[in-house]
Write a protein that binds this ligand. Structure first.
Ligand code: SF4
Length: 405
């Protein structure tokens, strides 16, 4: 079966799945209410988002310089920084740091999903635990995430109860508090036994080499501080010049991601250290003694040079557009390939380099523009979709290839 036929079968099945529609309609209603309340409580956010668009435009135009500057800053902070040209380079670097037979606790990261990091590390003989609750559920169900922020958005509590009962060997009721407590108990032991914590980052300040990590569960705090080694994989589009700008980008990200204020924002700039004995700086106090940051290019520099498609790099991954997308509302993450909906089509074409899948996604998009209205940084997804379709058609003509069944 061709990629297109497989995609068509998957998306049609999803569109007829009543549970996806019910779960999504509840999530959409609650997202709109929460963001509406957050923007009323913090009315400066809209003007700040406008400023953030300017920060992203400037940062993407100087992404390579920012990656070099951030690497220098991290090394000055006694961390180690790497620039990975391709996904293969990133897997090789991280594989070398991690080695084999390690216990790893991992925070949710689209960039890690993009390069298949968990599967790669498992293949090297390591045990990897996703620690974001939704991601943990999807890992145990052996399914891909269905939303950039809420990976298990379509899984009802009854299914989670069945899954967790099987994992723990205890009969657990479909009671959300009890299910969260069961996950906490299971994962808590892993955080403190782990050899390595792996995360992404929401934003990185190049001048200080500081990673901003936004979350609510507390799993990122633990993954970045309990194990002796912290490894972060970061797409180069997350870089901004200064700490002050990183704060601005972070605030807009969390506000449009459904939160007036997230429970935790962690700033990590280097390994843990102390100077408490005779003022001698010693690395590896209570937190990790090793801090490794891998900046991933993998098509981003090329994308940044395109006058229309570079807008995809401005994306804050707030997920707001997904709640406005009429196709996503009935298909969830089946409308995409690691990154979702219209903006996901650009990522599929440029980053994962799957032109056939990207073409299928680009032609599923209605180019209705509802996403553009919600987007804090005014990404014009319909414009990018038209550009993608143009490229696909021109590519088809030159290779005489058609995306038909
Ligand atoms: S395209 Fe805009 S609304 Fe959608 S996730 Fe990115 S920043 Fe958020």
């Amino acid at each position: 079966m061709s990629v297109f036929s497989e995609y068509k079968r998957e998306i049609m099945n999803a569109a007829h799945n009543e549970r996806i529609r019910t779960a999504l309609s509840r999530a959409i209603a609650s997202y709109r209410k929460n963001v509406g309340e957050a923007l009323t409580r913090f009315p400066h956010t809209t003007a700040l988002a406008e400023e953030v668009r300017g920060i992203k435009e400037r940062s993407i135009a100087m992404m390579a310089e920012l990656a070099a500057e951030a690497s220098r800053s991290i090394e000055e902070n006694h961390g180690k920084a790497y620039i990975a040209k391709t996904a293969g380079d990133a897997l090789a670097i991280i594989g070398q740091i991690v080695g084999t037979k390690k216990l790893i606790v991992k925070g949710k990261s689209m960039t890690c999903d993009e390069i298949g990091l968990r599967q790669h590390l498992e293949g090297l003989g390591n045990e990897v635990y996703e620690t974001d609750l939704g991601e943990f559920i999807m890992q145990k169900l052996d399914l891909p995430p269905m939303h950039i922020l809420s990976p298990a958005i379509h899984v009802p509590k009854e299914d989670v109860a069945k899954l967790f009962s099987k994992i723990t060997g205890e009969e657990l009721p479909p009671d959300i508090e009890k299910l969260v407590a069961a996950a906490r108990k299971l994962l808590r032991a892993k955080f403190f036994a782990a050899d390595i914590g792996i995360t992404g980052a929401n934003v990185v300040a190049a001048d200080t080499g500081t990673l901003f990590l936004i979350e609510n569960e507390g799993n990122i705090r633990l993954a970045t501080s309990a194990p002796p080694v912290h490894v972060a994989l970061v797409g180069m589009e997350k870089l901004v010049p200064t700490l002050g700008e990183a704060f601005k980008v972070s605030e807009v990200t969390w506000r449009y991601a459904n939160y007036a204020m997230p429970s935790y924002v962690s700033l990590v700039s280097g390994p843990s250290k102390t100077g408490d004995i005779e003022k001698v700086t010693t690395y590896g106090a209570h937190g990790p003694g090793e801090f490794h940051v891998i900046f991933l290019d993998d098509g981003r520099a090329e994308l940044a040079r395109h006058p229309v498609l570079r807008q995809a790099l401005y994306c804050l991954r707030c997920g707001g557009c997904l709640y406005e997308c009429p196709v996503f509302a009935v298909t969830a993450g089946h409308f995409g390939d690691k990154y979702f909906a219209g903006v996901g089509a650009v990522w599929a074409r440029q980053i994962s380099r799957d032109p056939e899948k990207a073409a299928a996604i680009a032609y599923t998009c209605l180019a209705c523009g509802r996403c553009r209205v919600r987007c804090p940084v005014r990404i014009d997804t319909p414009q990018m979709i038209i550009e993608l379709r143009k490229q696909i058609t021109e590519g088809d003509r030159s290779s005489d290839k058609t995306f038909s069944e």
